[in-house]
Design a protein around this ligand. Sequence first.
Ligand code: PMV
Length: 313
Amino acid sequence: MIHQQKGNGVANGKIILLGEHSVVYGKPSIALPFQAVTTQTLVTTSQEKTEIHCDFYHGLIDDLPELLESLREVVRLCLVTLNQESTPINITIDSQIPAERGMGSSAAVAVATTRAIFDFFKSPLTDELLLEIVGISEKIAHGNPSGLDALMTSGHRSVCFIKNQPPRDIELNLSAFLVVADTGITGQTKEAVSSLSKKLETCETGYFQDIIDKLGHLTYDGLSYLQHNQPEKLGQVMNQTHNLLKELDISSPELDILVNSALDHNALGAKLTGGGRGGCMIALAKNKDDAKNIAQELKHAGAKQTWLYEMSE
Ligand code: PMV
């Protein structure tokens, strides 16, 4: 197979507006592409062996630490699929998506790297194959992924997503801004997902399943408020969702501090986003001035980084 001098691949971050965790159990989720942060992968020829260069590691793929096992699997799957296992390549990954903060960084790395390897070997890559490869690597990273991160980091559309169903596009038409804030603390998606799964398995009263069901209903309510431009009501749904996620032990003191600070400073609603137990939170603001003010207050309350997101296209 011929290859080019260079292969490039890009992916973006994602924000879960509603439905994290309950999405793993067949409930709906609403997610937004987050193009303010991206991952780029560059593939070039290597002299002898395949090498990886990224923030966390520089060296041979054979010596990659266990923490990056999902990345090794992406590369292996791509090369096997392309029949290029014996072609050494140089992979450089540059990501502005903060790692393990609920923005889909591991999926974005997998998406950008798969795209770059296929581009390097001048081979077309269908969305189905991309999602399949990324899905396998996400199983290693997360244990039991819903597939939402793979979809969102590879696309530019806001969606309502239910596991194992085709995603439904949503047109964003809400007169409001979202403030995204990073606690600076590594989230623990894998641990949070597996501890919730244990709770559901061992609880005999159905208490935790009820919470999952409530999260599902709230997400449908939120979808309706989003589509009918009702930011105040959407904000209330976000608050209720955060409280339920807290009951599932998915939040953390740092996330709660930021959520409370946003609510103290005129946010219409606020919640954690993504896997939780650290990572990022989001707050809904009536307008851009409120959003800027909330972002500033969140920094005073400990946020390491903030972004504004306009909720209309
Ligand atoms: O922390 P992130 O960005 O990987 O988001 C995980 C979202 C979950 O619903 C908790 C898990 C999943 O696979 O959907």
